[in-house]
Design a protein around this ligand. Sequence first.
Ligand SMILES: Nc1ncnc2c1ncn2[C@@H]1O[C@H](COP(=O)(O)OP(=O)(O)O)[C@@H](O)[C@H]1O
Ligand SMILES: [Mg+2]
Length: 251
Amino acid sequence: MTSSAQRAATVPDGPDHPVPRDPVPGLSQRPCVLRVSGLVAGYGDLAAVRGVDLEVHAGEVVALLGPNGAGKTTTLLTLAGELPKIAGEVRYMERPFKGPLHQRVRRGLAFVPEERSVFMGLSVADNLKIGGRSARVLAMFPELGPLLGRRAGLLSGGEQQMLTLGRALAMKPKMLMVDELSVGLAPLIVDRLFDALITTAREDGTAVLLVEQQARRALRVADRWYLLSRGVLAAKGNASDSDALWESYVS
Ligand SMILES: Nc1ncnc2c1ncn2[C@@H]1O[C@H](COP(=O)(O)OP(=O)(O)O)[C@@H](O)[C@H]1O
Ligand SMILES: [Mg+2]
């Protein structure tokens, strides 16, 4: 196992203070929550993603990395049921994963899309009421407490993302899919959000699939990664195999 100090040394412009993380042995032996084989996905006849195989096990954080336009969002939207798949097999808890998003949500999926999905015109308190379990969200992100009366549209990007992620995690989902969580946010806020992901994965056994363009940031939270390049999987590895990632990463 690579220590976090060694890992920081292999991540060239990683942050000064890598989140210390206990290595978790045997994660891949845990139940497979999501199993994707030969996925072809895209828009009409245009296959933007071709032949993707990936797995996410209970309790692990898996990053789907790649430069802009690689097909990350297309993959995630298809896995969430927002886009029809063109070909391939998607299994969830070892059974076919089919139907629109709301059916998949009933089976324990939480999906945080690229656009922040808070109700901008409602207060933070009302946003939490709609999601339910507001106490759990406030325990996760206490900084939302003083903002309960504020309209969500007036929050900073980081606060909106805490609200969005907090609502998704408070459901204790079996699987969380999240697209570009860190975009436009300050590193300290990203740390808070990533810590919440790790905690949920470890404590609730949630399988987390995290799409990130910023590979260095994602490697600080992910147990494993897959790299998409121009619609195909170019490489995969454990968090400690970052050299393999940088060698394959072409933007
Ligand atoms: N709505 C769409 N219609 C047609 N092509 C699209 C659409 N959205 C994305 N694409 C194309 O699919 C490819 C993959 O895009 P996307 O999945 O958004 O990549 P990423 O999330 O990795 O940046 C790109 O070539 C993009 O131009
Ligand atoms: Mg995208």
